[in-house]
Design a protein. Sequence first.
Length: 68
Amino acid sequence: MDRVAAALVACRFMDGDLGMVYRDGVAQVEGCRDRVMKLPASPLYARSLVDRNLAVLAYFLGKLLGVQ
């Protein structure tokens, strides 16, 4: 997500790049979530799930607005 924020500030997305950045971000957050799920009763799982849902929301909002 840091890459996305930096690119937004610099306004330097190339055509189609934003969607790829979000998809990569979602994949990374899901990987983190899968690793955290293996921990016993961790509150990190809920935080990871929130991060994933926000990344997916941002991705689909971008698609809806035609940004990517």
